[in-house]
Design a protein. Structure first.
Length: 134
């Protein structure tokens, strides 16, 4: 299952402008992580990198995104201020409330994303066996 990380921002927002270089570094460092997809939605322009006619409101764009991700009920990504960073992973949506640093955001993204794998001789990966509780 892949993880979708969404940044919702406004061009006029000072906090959003401060976050922009951090966000770019996060995306750069996570570029090889195939299970993570980044989406950006600007308040007045809609989803960045997606063709649209610019007539959708932010709420319409968010409804479309949540529909695509299968998010329903309390499990939707919402723009509750700018910037908003949220992720959908394994059927759950989580809003980022932590420190605005590359290290902290990447740690949050990776939480619950990475499979438990272990390098073994020969460079192959093998899943760790689950421990049974007796």
């Amino acid at each position: 299952m892949s993880t979708v990380v969404c940044k919702i921002y406004a061009e006029w927002c000072g906090h959003c402008r401060d976050l922009a270089p951090i966000w770019e570094k996060v995306k750069q460092q996570m570029r090889r992580e195939a299970r993570v997809k980044f989406i950006e939605i600007e308040q007045n322009k809609g989803r960045i990198g997606k063709e649209h006619n610019g007539t959708k409101t932010l709420d319409q764009e968010m409804n479309e995104l949540n529909s695509e991700l299968g998010n329903v009920g309390k499990n939707v990504i919402k723009a509750e201020g700018f910037p908003t960073i949220a992720k959908t992973c394994n059927g759950k949506t989580d809003r980022y409330e932590g420190e605005r640093s590359v290290k902290a955001i990447i740690a949050w993204i990776n939480k619950g994303v990475r499979n438990k794998t272990k390098r073994v001789h020969g460079g192959k990966k093998r899943r760790r066996a689950s421990r049974r509780v007796q």
